[in-house]
Ligand binder design. Structure first.
Ligand code: NI
Length: 395
């Protein structure tokens, strides 16, 4: 396998990849409603004469390059943006108020389209099929789950899958990942504490849900600190409290919202169970009631297949040099790539787009998030190399 040639080819497409990325960046869309992004992706695939099916999970696209038969390796990109206002100082800033590609999914889509271009040029030599999965609704909508349910991993059946995330915390030209759990099982929690409202001057005539919710918030902190093994990881964070409308009124109820995270599904279910028990019991001893729900989609943890991370680390070393490939500790962020790894062996890795000289000091989901676009050809090259290396070594 000529890995140097792959990086050189990807770098020669740098301007093409960056142009695609900026076109997506200007027109961010949210959730499953990715009409313009879908059109751009299908147009580019059409221009490249890459076979594709659109309309999977509403606006998802699955493209295939190669023999149309097995072995089959899948490469996945997410396409959705976030509901936040962009403040980055770039001339291709979001043209839509209140929406921004602040998690780099525009980069992921462009890197994968770059890979489509390079792989199409090698199609005649592919000993199998490369499937390119462009999915909507990574940010909370479990779009990956829908893609799986609607057959993205079938016909041909996917044997293994790779995903990449741009990572502003690592320098351009570097790659990181690990074997086993990489990203957390994650989900939302919502607690409504019901008391009895009334005049703030007569607390004895009321049942105060504000004080009770404060006790619940504090009591929840002991789940992670006192109930789980210190060597395991967990997060229980209350991030929103809503209640009351006046300084002299005790409100009838208070709403708390937050997040629960663990590196294992068992750990995650344990945290949910204890949140429910503690909130309910603390409410009760204070004369209140608590309704506890876990709205939205619970994401399983992203667990990298051990053999595939070994493979990916080796291949990445050929592309960027082995000194630029790092083992990274797990991160408690969630990623719906997890839904694919529940079905087939998978490996998720991060690719550096950090370069302080280009103002990349802001993290993911920051309104001033900026990437070093010179990192994008590395992502394209990694996708191509993961695909080619996988087909070459398949039985
Ligand atoms: Ni993301």
């Amino acid at each position: 396998m000529q890995y140097d040639k792959i990086l050189a080819d990807a770098k020669s497409e740098r301007d093409w990849i960056v142009d695609v990325r900026r076109r997506i960046h200007r027109r961010p869309e949210i959730g499953f409603d990715l009409v313009e992004t879908n059109r751009l992706v299908t147009n580019v695939l059409g221009e490249l004469q890459v076979e594709h099916r659109s309309g999977i999970a509403e606006t998802g696209v699955v493209a295939t390059i190669g023999s149309g038969d097995g072995p089959c390796v899948a490469l996945r990109a997410d396409m959705d943006a976030l509901p936040m206002q962009e403040e980055a100082d770039v001339d291709f800033r979001s043209e839509i108020d209140g929406r921004m590609h602040a998690c780099g999914h525009d980069c992921h889509t462009a890197m994968l389209l770059g890979a489509a271009k390079l792989l199409k040029g090698r199609e005649a030599d592919l000993p199998g099929t490369v499937k390119l999965i462009f999915q909507p609704a990574e940010e909370g909508g479990a779009g990956g789950d829908r893609m799986c349910q609607e057959g993205a991993l079938e016909s041909p059946k996917v044997d293994r899958i790779f995903g990449l995330h741009v990572w502003p915390y690592l320098p351009t030209g570097s790659v990181a990942g690990r074997s086993g759990p990489l990203l957390a099982a994650a989900g939302e929690l919502e607690i409504t504490v019901h008391g009895r409202g009334g005049h703030a001057a007569m607390p004895h005539a009321c049942i105060d849900p504000v004080v009770t919710s404060a006790k619940i918030i504090l009591e929840l902190q002991t789940i992670v600190s006192r109930e789980i093994d210190p060597l395991e990881s967990g997060v229980v964070s209350i991030t929103q409290t809503h209640g009351g409308s006046a300084s002299n009124v005790i409100p009838p109820s208070v709403q708390l919202r937050g997040t629960v995270r663990s590196l294992t599904m068992d750990g995650f279910r344990f945290l949910q169970k204890r949140v429910t028990e503690i909130a309910t019991a603390v409410a009760e001893v204070n004369g209140c009631t608590a309704e506890v729900t876990f709205p939205g989609h619970d994401y399983p943890p992203v667990v990298n297949d051990e053999g595939l991370w070994e493979f990916a680390r080796g291949v990445a070393g050929e592309i960027v040099g082995s000194e630029a490939v790092e083992e990274m500790p797990p991160v408690m962020g969630g990623e719906d790539f997890a839904f694919y790894t529940q079905q087939v062996p998978g490996c998720f890795a991060v690719v550096g787009v950090g370069n302080p000289e280009k103002g990349t000091g802001h993290g993911l989901h920051h309104p001033k998030f900026v990437v070093d676009e010179d990192g994008l050809p590395y992502g394209t090259a990694l996708h191509v190399a993961f695909a080619l290396g996988s087909l070459e070594t398949a039985d």
